[in-house]
Ligand binder design. Sequence first.
Ligand code: CUA
Length: 347
Amino acid sequence: MRNKVRLVLGLIAMTVVLAACAQNASQDSLKPAGPYAEKIHALFTPVFWIAAAIFFIVEGGIVFLLIRYRHRKGRAGIPPQIHGNNRLEIAWTILPALILVGVAVPTVSTIWDLSKQPRGDVLNVTVKGHQWWWEFDYPDLNVSTANELHIPTGRPVYVSLDSVGGLIGDGEVIHSFWVPELAGKQDVVPARTNHVTLEADRPGTYYGQCAEFCGLSHANMRLRVIAQSPADFDAWVSAQQQDAVTPQAGSVAAAGMDFFFGTNGLGGQCIACHAIQGTKASAIAAPNLTHFASRDCFAGCMFSNTSEQVAAWLRNPPARKPGSWMPNFHLSEEQINALVTYLESLK
Ligand code: CUA
């Protein structure tokens, strides 16, 4: 008996300690950083306290009755039974109904409010869920990037969500786009366009991830939203609109480029899936690499964009990321070095 009590107390203590671990969590919907996330938070808070009050009233009542009418020595049979009490029954029917109405009215109106297409100065972004990375296209700006979504602060971003893969099979699963500090969760469904609006009040990096099981590397399908001041965002857009730089002839990067395109009869697999603006590489099955080196992470934001990490990736992608659609091309260290040098030159 004493052991059981110890076990229960230990579990409670552990729960409290583990709950405290999340203090600086980067994906915390309780720390909204924009008006859309704030609306959700403003609904969550009162509903949480209503639910908490009901929990304690109901559980408290049960515990009270358990103790008050427990079996005692010398008590024979069961206590007197009461059948029917109109006033009580009417009260406990009407009261919960009123509470539910009180919760439903603000909930439904918030859902409608959040699903409205924002008007005025809006940035349109198309988000495509791939296995297992995010594609971000800016249809009005002619920019295509991956894993890191840049947005300007103080401006609503109207996101259109598509699960359209460039490879057969890639576009046949459901994902869920979620950046907890900026907006609610929204499913990304094949052959259907869903929408979600997000906005950031202040510059910063906001973390997100796929929130719907979508296959082997679901947990590795992460993303970052990088909110910038409007001026910084415009500068980023101008840089992204430029064609990719061409390395100097004879350099290691140029050798990497030749291998990338298969110019000298070696390599050439990269352009089957990747695009590089300003070159003949225009495939859409895998991330657009035009400005690969301008990003801090790659492969579903699983890895930091360093030469070491990119080299490790090229050595054997499926070993680095389970189920990776990018196969192992069994490249030599020389080929890997050339490719990494080329990719890291694509600022
Ligand atoms: Cu995509 Cu889970």
